[in-house]
Design a protein around this ligand. Sequence first.
Ligand code: IMP
Length: 203
Amino acid sequence: MARGPSCVDPLMPGCYIAIVSRLSRKAPDLHTLNLFLSEAQIQEGVERLAGQVQADYEGRPLLVVGVLRGAFVFMADLVRRLRLSLTVDFVRLASYGASTTSSGRVRLIHGVRSPLRGRAVLVVEDIVDTGLTTSFLLSYLQERGAASVRICALLDKPACRRVQVSLDYVGFTAPDRFLVGYGLDFDQRYRELPAVYALEDGS
Ligand code: IMP
């Protein structure tokens, strides 16, 4: 059952962390990370999503498929709140590289190893942006015989959609900003941060 996302306040000014990063060997870049979701807000969101998933899949075996690498933290928190008969698997897809915009081309780097035919599948995504990854994944799982596929995304950036996708469980609606932390990266950095921040390029 589709459920509406919970809206959070827009970016909260005043919560800045200045981090000097070395994305290039030539010159250090300054990134300002502007807090978007605190740890407490994230955990409340995960709890709410887990409750919805639990209610919908009670008594049914479930295959939870995480989208690497960004969803690894969210998925770990989500599945630990579920009291269901579930198994987990992962896919790895790429569309960004060392950039803050999608290349528009989704590549499958690592597919699901579990049998899919006849299975109820819940895809766990960190963030849905253009929708290209979700759309690719839906076709991939359906073509391999999954009985049902639902999408659970921690974050949804609806302003950036290039293809229409239907999300079944959404934690938070996000503005058109590049977000990092809680598994989300910029060029493989910041995944370890426990909260979610908007990345601002400094000079
Ligand atoms: P989409 O295919 O454009 O919907 O993008 C999906 C993937 O792009 C996500 O699973 C993320 O890995 C990455 N992505 C999109 N937006 C962001 C962002 O704001 N921060 C970090 N990664 C992002």
